[in-house]
Design a protein around this ligand. Structure first.
Ligand SMILES: [Zn+2]
Length: 287
């Protein structure tokens, strides 16, 4: 059993992680410059999910466990090292241990951290964007299906409302009102065409859902799917901008261009910057 007599964080016996390297100080330990925003994704993840500690339920510690857990000077307490953010946390020794020793340090699987963790956060921002579009498209497809199914009934009510409004004074009910014109053209649409539009929107929403799940799980195929799907949209968005320019259209184009560029360059798609072998070399086989 090892008794800790020094500050564990300054000890030379450290887990071989990227953050332990002198050029990569542990998260949250460097002086911040005033207008320089730096996010420590390890601390963010530990804030969301808690520290990644090992051996908290072990009855005894071996000398080989010193890189992840050590007995403290105070009786009944132990220091545990977070595998993600490298913080040392002082915890009470377990009253009812679940095992004799912590898992063998050689078998411990390190959590995602460093650049790879940052990439996960960026991918999840893209997931939020896809999820938003999935919800909008699903709602639109549902509305179209409902409209197509009950069109004659809705048209009857629509004519009644229009007639009542025309009977009263004022209101944008003349034949020149763009709302009335748009609604009239909507009711003139063929039911088959409406169903087809609904089906296309549903398929597109399903593709976005598959993308979102794949990106959330950091799957390579999802990155390719997102790249192709987003890349196909860009010419259409540019064409749309030639008709009318709105802040929403410009924002959508900028976001999609950023997504495509990020996936292509940072995730080295299609063999760019060394492709998949370079990703594996940097982050390991599970990347
Ligand atoms: Zn932590």
């Amino acid at each position: 059993m090892t008794v800790l007599d020094e500050d564990p964080a300054t000890s030379s016996d450290q887990v071989p992680t990227r953050a332990a390297h002198p050029s990569h100080p542990p998260p949250g330990t460097t002086q911040r410059r005033r207008f320089h925003v730096k996010i420590d994704y390890e601390l963010l993840s530990c804030g969301f999910h808690g520290h990644e500690l090992v051996g908290t339920g072990a009855a005894e510690l071996r000398p080989s466990d010193a890189c992840v857990a050590r007995e403290a000077k105070e009786e009944g307490w132990r220091w545990h090292r977070c595998l993600r953010c490298d913080s040392w946390v002082l915890l009470r020794r377990p009253q009812h241990p679940g095992s004799r020793f912590p898992p063998d340090p050689a078998t411990i699987r390190l959590p995602v951290k460093g650049k790879r963790l940052r990439d996960r956060y960026v991918l999840r921002l893209i997931v939020i964007d896809r999820a938003f579009h999935f919800l909008v498209l699903s709602a639109l497809a549902t509305a179209i299906f409902i409209f197509a199914r009950h069109r004659s009934l809705l048209h009857h009510d629509y004519v009644k409302v229009l007639t009542a409004l025309q009977g009263s004074a004022g209101g944008p009910t003349g034949s020149h009102s763009f709302v009335v014109r748009d609604l009239n053209s909507l009711f003139r649409l063929d039911a088959t065409k409406l169903y087809m539009v609904g089906v296309v929107l549903t398929v597109y929403a399903a593709v976005l859902a598959v993308e979102a799940v794949g990106l959330w799980r950091a799957r390579r195929w999802a990155e390719y799917l997102t790249f192709v799907e987003t890349g196909l949209l860009i010419p259409l968005e540019i064409y749309e901008l030639t008709a009318t320019v709105t802040p929403l259209k410009v924002a959508a184009l900028v976001i999609n261009l950023a997504v495509v560029a990020y996936l292509l360059v940072a995730h080295r798609l299609f063999g760019l910057r060394g492709g998949r072998p370079a990703v594996v070399a940097a982050y390991g086989e599970g990347a």
